[in-house]
Design a protein around this ligand. Structure first.
Ligand SMILES: [Zn+2]
Length: 217
């Protein structure tokens, strides 16, 4: 199965075989590492620090869409691994004294995740935490407390109303003062990330950072 998938065309260039990672080596080094000339880096948006591999367009946009919609677990895992390495570097430099980070996926709407047969954020968060190593533990403790509509195509105001109060921390692990890394595939308006950050802070979290593969706008 994986062997056959490796022969599929690379979603970045459409020419070479995608290989074991889900994207050919040339596209990987062009679009994923090293960072593009103007990476999203660590610009803060409304409080939390955001780390992204790059913008949600061009080659990286094609890789993210292939990972999400084919869907391609290998590619998601490879992108998550790269993101984990990058976040660890930035976080350990910025917060050298922090105790282990909790890596928390943005919760999927359960019906949508079932329909797709894949929870992108959960898979990414696991890959991020694995790549980070002992300094991070994955903890999928955020839950949707009511069904929400899909955010795709909605304006920022609609997105904010859609997710307001719809996400809460439901986990025995206490967040008191913990540093939390929230993980998702794409950051668009940040409405969902802000709702998650609010729920994490309400449960006592200290720093809340956001890590995404790609950032729109
Ligand atoms: Zn390629």
């Amino acid at each position: 199965m994986d062997l056959l998938r490796a022969l599929l065309p690379c979603p970045g260039c459409g020419r070479r075989p995608s290989g074991p990672r889900g994207a050919c080596a040339a596209c990987w080094h062009r679009f994923v590492v090293p960072p593009p000339p103007r990476p999203s880096g660590t610009r803060p948006i409304h409080g939390p620090c955001v780390v992204a591999l790059g913008p949600y367009r061009g080659g990286l946009g094609r890789l993210v869409r292939a990972a999400k919609y084919r869907p391609d677990r290998r590619l998601l895992r490879a992108l998550g691994t790269e993101l984990g390495v990058r976040v660890r570097r930035i976080a350990t430099a910025a917060r050298p004294a922090s105790s282990a980070w909790l890596v928390v996926p943005v919760p999927a709407d359960p019906r949508r995740a079932r329909r797709r047969g894949l929870d992108h954020a959960a898979l990414l968060a696991a890959a991020v935490a694995r790549a980070w190593g002992p300094g991070a533990t994955v903890r999928p403790g955020l839950r949707r407390t009511r069904p929400t509509r899909t955010q795709a195509g909605a304006s920022d105001a609609v997105r904010r109303r859609n997710v307001a109060g719809a996400i809460a921390w439901h986990d025995a692990v206490t967040l008191a003062g913990r540093s939390v890394l929230l993980v998702d595939d794409v950051l668009t308006t940040g409405a969902t990330a802000r709702a998650c950050a609010a729920a994490l802070h309400a449960a006592g979290a200290g720093d809340v950072w956001v890590a995404v593969i790609a950032r729109a706008r």
